[in-house]
Design a protein around this ligand. Structure first.
Ligand code: AMP
Ligand code: ZN
Length: 136
């Protein structure tokens, strides 16, 4: 299924040109137009799913296997020092395009990418509440 108003549907299905690194029946991998670092790429499913909650299990599994392949090849090409895989769900989590995608972000020693946070403390209350919701 495609969404007429979705830019990533158009890119994934080739209706808008993109710098495509890889393509198969289900996915297109493109270079991000606003890269965090050199080589930042995006995995786009060709079908429209707004986010991870909507993504079918089969596509979720294939997407992660593809992420592994792309990261391996990109690391060789770019000679980067590490990689972050980032996947935002919801505006408050930084999602700006509401078509599921996975960011592949090459990391270089001393780059200026800010993906870190200040660690909090796992309280007994939070731990008990969340474990209970898993029946533990
Ligand atoms: P997110 O904030 O997780 O929704 O990520 C959206 C990403 O898509 C950002 O990193 C943008 O730079 C990137 N982006 C938006 N429009 C395009 C486009 N037309 N081609 C390539 N990348 C895009
Ligand atoms: Zn879409």
């Amino acid at each position: 299924m495609k969404d007429q108003n979705c830019i990533f549907c158009k890119i994934a299905n080739g209706d808008i040109p993109s710098a495509t690194l890889y393509e198969d029946e289900r996915f297109r991998v493109i270079m991000d137009l606003g890269p965090a670092t050199k080589g930042h790429a995006l995995i786009l499913p060709k079908e429209h799913f707004a986010n991870l909650y909507e993504l079918p299990d089969e596509i979720a599994s294939e997407a992660f296997v593809l992420a592994k392949k792309m990261v391996t090849k990109l690391t060789e090409t770019l000679k980067c020092d590490g990689f972050n895989i980032v996947q935002n769900n919801g505006a408050c989590a930084g999602q700006t395009v509401f078509h599921f995608h996975i960011h592949l972000i090459p990391r270089y020693k001393n780059d200026q990418v800010g993906l870190t946070w200040t660690p909090g403390v796992l309280t007994e209350e939070d731990k008990a509440e969340i474990l209970a919701s898993f029946g533990r």
